[in-house]
Design a protein around this ligand. Structure first.
Ligand code: A2P
Length: 340
């Protein structure tokens, strides 16, 4: 029997990702019965315009989830730790953008179009992967299906928008100050981000990697169901770019795979667009990927470091595929698969 259309709530509707979720709900024409806009007490009572109508923002409390079937949450880890179970108690499926539950056994970690079947195992909470992991999955999944990943090395060049509105403003103000020779007191980043790159995203772990780097490692393994025997290593770097994460990726495969074959596989892959013609200087850059949905891939070449190796460069809008777009796509999958 087909279920009634769901009531949905956007938690964190006033934030950078929340606002993008609202845009994509409209773009993707997501079906629902009712919609609610939730945020902190700070913005309760303010209004949000959605589909030409003004809606009042409601404070997110345990009671606010009554009658809600699907929550699209992007309000930070501590809010999710406080509220996710409350939403689940009310019978909602809680699609979470934070890292709070990603590695929990009972929480599917899903990229729409990559491991949708995992959604069937949800116990109320579904997690959206880290932004750097997300774009990588759409590229790696079809290659893994063909040639099986044996080893993976990733270096990220991450935009400041991944660190929120404060970080975006800091890049602007820091750049202005630097250009006129004024001193600047950095706050969002450990060092000045203008005309600089910073090889630290999040805190350091005991093994010398950062938490961001270990997220890419652990989440990739979980989503692609890779065994512990597949070594994965990541270096995550913040760069002075507003939007669009870039990643240099080296993959060693079990089976031989030529660059032409990899190109052909990626040309046919869902959510991926190949931009790869070095004779004509065609390859993706963050400027190109900003505000667009695909993950762009270029510089596909045979790696000279491994026998069955491929090197490539991929770029995507970190706020879209890395957060809001996948959250909305997950909600669409939950609706299509009647999992609410
Ligand atoms: P608010 O605007 O009321 O602070 P960003 O990452 O862009 O700063 O957005 C964070 C989002 O999460 C905002 O919508 C913010 O609401 C919301 N938020 C932050 N803390 C809470 C909380 N304790 N309860 C509900 N929503 C929260």
């Amino acid at each position: 029997m087909t279920k009634e259309l769901p009531n949905i709530a956007v938690l964190g509707a006033t934030g950078v990702v929340g606002r993008e979720i609202l845009n994509i709900l409209i773009e993707n024409d997501v079906p629902y019965k009712n919609i609610k806009f939730l945020a902190s007490a700070r913005s309760a009572g303010s209004t949000i315009e959605f589909k030409g109508e003004k809606h009042t923002v409601i404070e997110a409390t345990p009671e606010s989830f009554k009658d809600v079937n699907i929550v699209l949450a992007s309000a930070g880890g501590s809010t999710s730790l406080k509220l996710a179970q409350e939403a689940v108690k009310c019978g909602a499926v809680y699609i979470d953008n934070s890292s709070a539950f990603r590695m929990e056994k009972d929480v599917p970690l899903v990229i729409a179009g990559v491991n949708d079947e995992d959604l069937k195992n949800h116990k109320g909470i579904v997690a959206n992967p880290n932004c750097s992991t997300s774009q990588l999955m759409l590229v790696l999944k079809p290659l893994d299906e063909y040639a099986k990943i044996k080893r993976l090395i990733v270096s990220t060049y991450q935009a400041v928008s991944g660190a929120g509105l404060k970080a975006i403003n800091e890049l602007t103000e820091n750049t202005k100050a630097h250009l006129v020779g004024m001193p600047y007191e950095n706050d969002a980043f450990k060092y000045e981000i203008a005309f600089n790159v910073i090889p630290q995203i999040d805190m350091f772990c005991e093994n010398g990697y950062t938490k961001e780097e270990m997220k890419v490692t652990n989440e990739t393994r979980k989503i692609l169901h890779l065994s512990e025997n597949v070594p994965i290593s990541c270096t995550a770097v913040r760069v002075p770019v507003y939007k669009g994460h870039s990643e240099a990726v080296t993959i060693e495969f079990e089976k031989d795979i030529t660059p032409d074959k990899a190109r052909e596989i990626l040309e046919n892959a869902w959510g991926v667009e190949v931009m790869d013609d070095v004779d004509n200087f065609v390859y993706p850059t963050p400027r190109h990927a900003a505000d667009k949905n695909p993950v762009y891939v270029g510089r596909i070449r045979k790696s000279i470091a491994f026998d069955n190796g491929i090197d490539l460069f991929c770029v995507a809008d970190n706020i879209r595929i890395g957060a809001a777009l996948n959250t909305v796509r997950l909600a669409q999958k939950v609706i299509e698969m009647q999992l609410y």
